[in-house]
Design a protein around this ligand. Structure first.
Ligand code: AMP
Ligand code: MG
Length: 418
């Protein structure tokens, strides 16, 4: 089902860089679901499977951009006011029903079709009525306040591209062209597990040494935000056979599997052991912080994503790596979020050779420029660090010292969540 190639984990001891992982994802992850027609109501957030071509001009007819009076431009006195009889009235959705004549003014409303021949509209606010005549000022240009047929969309034009994730305005555009449904990839079905003997469902009593499951709830929300059909398969204990069986079973009726925890090198890291034994690993140890152990691969014919167990690391790696992979499997082509360049309000010594994602909140400096302030508690397990911040500053691999005041790249959460 998933066409991931098999030979990509040829990195030896070297950690895979963030860019290598993203290039790999771009290379191997292809759409794995089939197209279906989706009604406009349900279309926002879905991913287009084919280009969409408009069969008509939008607007379909030349029309008024304002409420006012439509005239022949050549009937206007260029040097002074022009007084014309008001001889017709065209509200939106109605036609004048006869050709326009010279030396008449037609009362017209926004969106109403231009009577044949008339080329210019004077805004109501610029005119005055005298009995059944209107007095029009001089100096307006020919064609003012008139919209052309097809000025938004030309018949035959491609209005939306395959691989595009539909925003509400895209669906509005399709509707304006009279389209009632859009060809979208079926939703990606993702099976989601947490792992770990200590991980406990919220609401259950907490045994000694146990913690509540944070990841499954956060990650399910992130996946749904990407338009996935999520099956919550609960918490897997740290048992090899159980893990193997659960993963194989879930693979039968999902396009992708996602877990958190159990992907390090410890004896109790059964997810890693299972994927190593029955699947193919394309990426594992990465040159990033937080989130070094992140497994991208495939098993039982479907894509597999093993997020790190620490909640902040799980979410950061989801946003940076799982997100583009999931979007591509679902058919999206434009999966790279926009980062913004802002000023660092902190300095930082940094290890060379890895990319660091610093959780930051944004505030305006005195000069109005946005400044990134680092969250003070940095650990991969500190989930508050993602709650009280606005995004991730990305410190590049070759940086060893960040000086306060330097410009840095920040990925706002609003670009990738929701
Ligand atoms: P692991 O990778 O399984 O060794 O987990 C790393 C850390 O993340 C450990 O402290 C786990 O207790 C914690 N952890 C793993 N899964 C979850 C989860 N679903 N929710 C919250 N913390 C977790
Ligand atoms: Mg564990």
């Amino acid at each position: 089902m998933v066409q991931l190639t098999d030979d990509c984990f040829a990195h030896g001891d070297r950690l895979m860089t963030a860019d290598e992982a993203l290039a790999l994802i771009a290379d191997v992850a292809k759409p794995v679901t089939d197209p279906e027609e989706v009604g406009l109501d349900a279309a926002p957030g879905r991913i287009l499977a084919h280009d969409v071509v408009s069969e008509r001009d939008v607007p379909p007819h030349p029309n008024a951009a304002v409420d006012g009076y439509a005239v022949f431009h050549e009937d206007l006195d260029p040097d002074g006011e022009t007084r014309l009889p008001v001889t017709g009235r065209v509200p939106a959705g109605h036609a004048l029903g006869r050709p326009a004549r010279h030396n008449e003014a037609i009362r017209i409303f926004t969106g109403a079709p231009m009577p044949d021949g008339l080329d210019t509209i004077l805004m109501q606010e610029d005119t005055r009525l005298e009995d059944d005549h209107v007095v029009l000022p001089s100096g307006i240009r020919r064609g003012a306040n008139r919209r052309h047929a097809g000025e938004d969309i030309k018949s035959g034009a491609t209005i939306l591209k395959a691989g595009h994730r539909l925003k509400p305005q895209d669906v509005g555009l399709a509707a304006s062209a009279g389209i009632t449904s859009l060809p979208c990839y079926t939703k990606l079905k993702v099976a989601l597990f947490s792992t770990g003997d200590e991980v406990t469902e919220p609401g259950e009593p907490l045994k000694p040494g146990a913690i509540y499951d944070a990841n499954r709830y956060a990650v399910a929300g992130l996946l749904r935000g990407l338009g996935c059909d999520v099956t919550d398969l609960g918490i897997l204990p740290d048992e090899g056979p159980d893990t193997r069986q659960a993963i194989s079973e879930a693979a039968r009726n999902h396009h992708a599997l996602m877990t958190s925890g159990g992907v390090s090198v410890g004896d109790e890291d059964h997810v890693r052991q299972t994927i190593m034994a029955q699947g193919t690993l394309h990426a594992w140890y990465m040159a990033i912080k937080p989130g070094r152990p992140l497994m991208l691969g495939q098993t039982d014919g479907v894509a597999f994503i093993g997020l790190p167990g620490n909640p902040a690391a799980a979410i950061v790696t989801f946003l940076r790596f799982a997100r583009p992979l999931i979007l591509r499997l679902g058919g999206a082509t434009n999966v790279n979020p926009t980062t913004f360049v802002v000023r660092a309000a902190f300095d930082r010594k940094k290890k060379s050779g890895r990319r660091e994602y610093v959780r930051v909140h944004l505030e305006r400096g005195n000069d109005g420029l946005l400044e990134a302030h680092a969250f003070e508690r940095e650990g991969a397990g500190i989930l508050s660090s993602l709650v009280d911040t606005d995004g991730l500053a990305e410190l590049p691999e070759d940086m060893t010292q960040l000086e306060k005041g330097a410009m840095i790249e920040v990925l706002p959460f609003s670009e990738v969540i929701g």
